[in-house]
Write a protein that binds this ligand. Structure first.
Ligand SMILES: Cc1ncc(COP(=O)(O)O)c(C=O)c1O
Length: 397
C-alpha cells in the first residue's frame, strides 16, 4: 500500500515557549490552578469579548456544566427539552442526556452544516428550555436568527464553539452571543493543551456556579487555593467555616497548570494559525473547485470569518461512493473522518430508534459527507499532494 504522506486532520506542534512554560510550572511545584490558568482564562476571555472564562478539563465538561447550571438556576424539570443540531459531535447531545434532559434534534443547513434556523420554531414546545447551536468546523451558526428565536420563546443559548475560536460573525467574536459558550482545546483543535476546554459567560452568577460545579460543587467563597490568602481574620474565619461546604452536585473538571502553560504559549500564535488555515483552505478550494459538480466544498457564510478547524466535503454525485473515495484518500496518506454523523451512531439508534428519515439534510450528510484536514502545519507540497489525489480519482470517472 503506498502511504508516503500522512496528512492528518490536525497536528500538534509544541514550540520552545510552551516547553519553557511547562518547565517553569514543574520548577515552581505549583501544579493546580495558579498564574498560568489565570492568564490563559483572562486572555481567552478578552479575545472572545467575555467577562469570564473558566478553564476545564474538556469541551464536553464545559458543555455539561453549562447546561447543569442553567437547569439548576432556572429550575428546569427532568425531561425538559433542549434543541440540538442533527449533525454534530456526539458530546453536544450526550451532555443533554447526562443532565436528564431531552435532546430534540433540528435538521441542519445544506450549505454550512449548522443548525437550520428555519427549522427551529417547528420543534419548540412548552417544554423547550434551551438551544445549543454548534459552530461546526470553524465558523459561526446563523446566530442573528437564533438569538431572535431564543428571545421570542425565552430560551437560553449555549454556544458549542468547541470547533470555532478566534473568528467573527457580524463583527462579533464567535462565542460571545449566548448565555454560555464552550470551547475545546483538545489535541487537534485550533489551539491545543492536550486535553482542555473553556466555558465563558458575561453573567457573574453563572460564572460562580460554573466554577463551583467544576470544583465538586464547592461554596463559591473558596474556589481556588489562593482564595484564603491575604485575608483579615474575620474573612479568613468565614472562609474556614465554608471552604469545605458543597452546595451543588459538582464534578472534578479541573486540570493542571501544565495544560494552562501550554495554552498560554499557544495563544501567542493564534493569529498565524488561523491565517495559515484560511490560506490552506483557500488554496484547496481554488484547486478542487474544478470538481464541484461532484462535491460541495466548504462555503463561508456572509458576514463570517472561518477558522477552518476542518475542511468539510459533501459528495453531490450519486455515482460516487463515499466509501470508495475516502478509502482512496486513506491509502494515499490522507486521513479522513465522516462529517459528524449523530443520528445514525449505534448508541443513538439504540436510544431513539431510526430517526434519520425525519432529517433529510442530516441523512444525506451522514451518507455523503466527510472531512479532511487543512491545519497550520501543512506544507504546499502536501496540499498539492491532496489536490493531486483528488485529480487522479476524478479523472478516472
Ligand atoms: C462540536 C464539538 N463539541 C464538543 C466537543 C468535545 O470537546 P472535548 O473533546 O474537548 O471534550 C468537540 C470535540 O471535538 C466538538 O467537535
Amino acid at each position: 500500500m503506498k502511504r508516503n504522506y500522512q496528512i492528518g486532520i490536525g497536528n500538534i506542534s509544541i514550540d520552545e515557549n510552551a516547553k519553557r512554560n511547562v518547565m517553569d510550572v514543574l520548577n515552581s511545584s505549583r501544579l493546580s490552578y495558579g498564574d498560568y490558568s489565570r492568564q490563559f482564562e483572562t486572555e481567552m476571555a478578552k479575545i472572545h469579548d467575555r467577562k469570564y472564562a473558566i478553564f476545564l478539563n474538556s469541551g464536553t465538561s464545559a458543555l455539561h456544566i453549562a447546561l447543569q447550571v442553567l437547569k439548576d438556576k432556572y429550575g428546569w424539570e427532568d425531561n425538559d427539552e433542549v434543541l440540538v443540531p442533527a449533525v454534530t459531535f456526539v458530546a453536544t447531545s450526550n451532555i443533554v442526556l447526562h443532565n436528564r434532559l431531552k435532546p430534540i434534534f433540528v435538521d441542519v443547513e445544506k450549505d454550512f452544516y449548522c443548525i437550520d434556523p428555519k427549522k427551529v420554531e417547528e420543534k419548540i414546545t412548552k417544554k423547550t428550555r434551551a438551544i445549543i447551536p454548534v459552530h461546526l468546523f470553524g465558523q459561526s451558526s446563523e446566530m442573528v436568527k437564533i438569538i431572535e428565536i431564543a428571545k421570542k420563546y425565552h430560551l437560553k443559548i449555549i454556544e458549542d464553539s468547541c470547533e470555532a475560536m478566534f473568528v467573527e460573525y457580524m463583527s462579533r467574536p464567535v462565542g460571545s452571543m449566548g448565555d454560555i459558550s464552550c470551547y475545546s482545546t483538545y489535541a487537534t483543535h485550533l489551539i491545543t493543551t492536550g486535553v482542555g476546554g473553556l466555558a465563558m459567560t458575561n453573567d457573574d452568577d453563572l460564572a460562580i456556579r460554573l466554577k463551583s460545579c467544576a470544583n465538586h460543587g464547592r461554596d463559591g467563597i473558596y474556589l481556588s487555593i489562593d482564595d484564603d490568602k491575604g485575608k483579615n481574620k474575620k474573612d479568613l474565619f468565614n472562609i474556614v467555616e465554608r471552604r469545605f461546604s458543597f452546595i451543588h452536585l459538582g464534578h472534578s473538571f479541573r486540570l493542571t497548570e501544565m495544560e494552562a502553560a501550554i495554552g498560554v504559549a499557544q495563544l501567542k500564535n493564534w493569529r498565524s494559525i488561523i491565517k495559515k488555515r484560511q490560506s490552506n483552505a483557500k488554496y484547496l478550494t481554488a484547486n478542487l473547485s474544478k470538481w464541484s459538480k461532484y462535491m460541495q466544498l466548504p462555503k463561508i457564510r456572509d458576514g463570517a470569518t472561518h477558522a477552518f478547524m476542518l475542511y468539510p466535503i459533501l459528495i453531490l454525485d450519486r455515482k460516487i461512493s463515499r466509501k470508495n473515495l475516502t478509502e482512496y484518500l486513506e491509502i494515499n496518506g490522507i486521513e479522513t473522518r465522516y462529517l459528524m454523523p449523530l443520528l445514525n451512531q449505534p448508541i443513538y439508534v439504540k436510544l431513539f430508534g431510526n430517526l434519520e428519515n425525519l432529517y433529510p439534510v442530516a441523512r444525506n450528510i451522514n451518507k455523503n459527507g466527510f472531512l479532511i484536514g487543512c491545519h497550520q502545519d501543512l506544507k504546499k507540497e502536501e496540499l498539492d499532494h491532496v489536490i493531486g489525489v483528488f485529480n487522479s480519482y476524478f479523472s478516472r470517472i
